[in-house]
Design a protein around this ligand. Structure first.
Ligand code: CMX
Length: 135
């Protein structure tokens, strides 16, 4: 698999509004986009850090993946996302190499990227996202 770079680090937060204040006022970063991903039951806020990004994730429902994560573990790092050339192909290859897939093929995520996840139980505890501009 050809991993191009860390695309973003996903961080689960209770409140985008409150967390954005910290990233802007303390760290001096600038939130450049806020976007809801309805099927993931999540609202996201993005910051550029060099060529990689921080993605803050606020749940819009206790039943969504971020709602469940925060209920169990509290706020904190939720996932790491790697940019690849083709997310669906990379998911297939990861499965062949022993990872358990959450998504069998990529689907639309924030910023129009094609995304898919590897289950944290098969990745030594780190929820891992593979994403690409093309499918
Ligand atoms: N990191 C590490 N472990 C995690 C985890 C995470 N982010 N999320 C859940 N887990 C662990 C749980 O602690 C639990 O472990 P135990 O069995 O030891 O208790 C196990 O995985 C199962 O967790 P669960 O709460 O029962 O949740 P589900 O099985 O229903 O779902 C997962 C887990 C990873 C499949 C689901 O959260 C998922 O599909 N995530 C991917 C989608 C997502 O996170 N979307 C938001 C991002 C949006 C975006 O970037 O666009």
């Amino acid at each position: 698999m050809n991993i191009l770079q860390i695309e973003h680090i996903g961080i689960a937060v209770d409140s985008l509004e409150e967390s954005i204040k910290y990233y802007e006022d303390v760290l001096g970063l600038k939130c450049y986009a806020i976007e809801e991903v309805v099927d993931q039951k999540v609202k996201t806020a993005f910051f550029l850090v060099g060529t990689t990004k921080i993605e803050l994730l606020e749940s819009t429902s206790p039943e969504g993946p971020i709602g469940k994560f925060i209920a169990k573990k509290g706020q904190g790092i939720h996932h790491i996302a790697f940019a690849v050339e083709n997310a669906t192909e990379a998911l297939k290859l990861a499965e062949k190499r022993g990872a358990v897939l959450v998504d069998r093929e990529s689907r639309k995520g924030a910023e129009g990227l094609n995304i898919g996840f590897l289950h944290p139980k098969s990745t030594h505890g780190v929820l891992t996202e593979l994403c690409s501009k093309q499918k």
